[in-house]
Design a protein around this ligand. Sequence first.
Ligand code: CU
Length: 95
Amino acid sequence: MKHLLIIIVLMLAMIPVHTIAAEQKVELEITGMTCSLCTVAVKKSLSKIDGITDIKVSYKDEKAWFVADDSITDEVLIKAIKKAGGYKVQSIHRE
Ligand SMILES: [Cu+2]
């Protein structure tokens, strides 16, 4: 019985912390958006990425805000914005 308990404790200790996805707030600075249709395109493209929620986009502010799984790389975000219509990510701020 005691051995079983030790085995369970050891197994729990072996689960890597990074497998538990952490969410972070992300702010993208995007250039190239000129109207509300651009914001729709950017929003649609971002929504296709698994692990992104609560997307808000403003072409006037040249920004997009959303909640993202921290495993989503900058490259994935830059590609999605480019794919939306050739827009360019100027900066990525995560918190
Ligand atoms: Cu537009």
